[in-house]
Design a protein around this ligand. Sequence first.
Ligand SMILES: [Zn+2]
Ligand SMILES: [Zn+2]
Length: 354
Amino acid sequence: MIDTSNTVNRVIQYAEPGTTKTQIAELPVEQPGPGQVLVRLSYSGVCHTDYGFCTLKFNNLPIPTPKGQIGGHEGVGQIIALGEGVETPAIGSKVGIKYAADACLSCSNCLEGGETSCSFVKVSGYLTPGTFQQYCLSAARYVTPIPDGLDLAGAAPLMCGGVTVYAALKRVALRNGDWVVVTGAGGGIGHLAIQYAKALGARVLALDAGPKKSFCIGLGADEFVDFMAHGSSEDLISTVKTLTGGGAKTVLMCSSSNKAYAQAIPMLGFRGSLCCLGVPEGENVPIEGAKVTALIDLELSIFAIKTGNRREAKEALELAARGLVKSHYQVRKMEDLTKVSSDTVSNPSDNLRF
Ligand SMILES: [Zn+2]
Ligand SMILES: [Zn+2]
């Protein structure tokens, strides 16, 4: 157990929720309570959902993110202290902290593996202090073990982005050779989606703007389609249908654009599924093109995933530790968070180093 009584915890707080303003504060290091562990974080990924919490862009939240909240839900580090009653994970274990900071694990949603939809879920970086800090408390039963052989910086973006796409692909029960269309394929979630889909045996059609082509093909995408190069949605849909031999088995919507959602349903083939991942900002609009007859004709499905559960997190990290998935990220300083939010040319993932 490391004595942290004289240690300062540098944290990033949302200075004015509704804007991207953040501030660095120095707080005392809190001691873990019963059932908790104290994690000395090394890195935290920055997810688009953090941006939504900070700028109050999501209109499906019960209350606004509080001023002064510490955001973040892709944290990785080492356990340095255990609260009362905690035996595992041991001090020194490398662990990750996810979107769900804790869940009851005994309600029917939890028992079905839907821990992130537990009525008692605590969401990191929304109403529970998150991973944009050097020292973070977490529920011992909910931290994710990080396998040996996976570097901590590379593990950070997997804690939300990687786990989420892996959970989505597992849910569609892919068969070898199935076509998966990844929208926003060159972005933070998209670049992980290409790799997880390939690792699970799918063929991947990556959809993004032209400059992302070589990046997506380099990650293993079988086809790349530049959505900017098509004059109309009909053209784009027809190209995708031709390349996938009549339509995709799955469209992983890693983009949050309403227009991209509207183009997704017609890209599906027989018994295809649209998986909603990207959260549209502001007013929610129904998914255009999702007419009941269109769904019935091809027996299509639409489903959504918030993010994966503990088991999916463990499996997603194991695939990465085996070298099948590699995060592409840039390491930034804590002070850069506001800049990360406003950068127009983003990296696939941004990692804050503590
Ligand atoms: Zn996230
Ligand atoms: Zn529960």
